[in-house]
Design a protein around this ligand. Sequence first.
Ligand code: GUN
Length: 300
Amino acid sequence: MLLDGKKISDEVKAELAEDVRQLVANGHRPPHLAAILVGSDGASETYVASKVKSCEKIGYSSTLVRLSENVTEQELLKEIDAINNNAEIDGLIVQLPLPKHINEQRVTERVVPEKDVDGFNPINVGKLVLGLPTFVSATPMGIIELLKRYNIETSGKHCVVIGRSNIVGTPMANLLSRNSNPGNCTVTLCHSRTKNLEAFTKQADILIVALGKAEFVTANMVKEGAVVIDVGITRVEDSTNSRGYVLKGDVKFDEVESKCSYITPVPGGVGRMTIAALLQNTLLARKNRVTHIKYQNHVS
Ligand code: GUN
């Protein structure tokens, strides 16, 4: 069965739009997300455009700051500081990857934790590891939401994650091993140095694939009845397509689908949920501010 990221993300967005209506009806301004895009990488352009468009659709304000490929790290940090200090903006994302001359760590550390709706600031990553409330990185958060809304049992299941990135694999492994629902999985985190990967993937009740290699996972690597979550989205050249490329996941969908109990398509799976999660985090950022304002009113 397909895990329909489009359908579920549309549900989430409709709920968020309703929340915004209420916020505005109560005299507050809507949530405001700022995105910084450095350079003109085709995939990043598409992702950021889609984030901004989703904001508009559900009644959020958005600001897109475009910087040249040659921007210095100092200039980028100055832009971040300006948004950090702008009380009209609730959430800030800096689209990754950044050009080689810019240190991504310094950039993600510069976004103040209160506006870090990507959950990349070390303070927020640390809170996630400790199980404290925080902004959870959007892709793993979207996957959790998808599992939740399809009522997929995770407790006691063996979850195998392929890929240990800071953005997806590592927080995913963390969230699913937690005492929560979804959660309570026995998690194996596999990566590029894992020996005999197939021996692990074949044991997976839930297989989460986030290594960024088109059609890497084949049917022989998957257990009958597994839940397969495909995080990959790679542009593969295809001259028969008008765009000159097609999008492929990390899973060879055509041969794996029939073996699974559930599988996410690409596109229309995890990518959609990532955007929905970012919007959820942005509302949370706005509400934290609203709560703060109320608290100040209350004590004064
Ligand atoms: N690049 C790939 N995924 C992401 C994401 O979730 N957020 C940002 N900012 N950049 C990304």
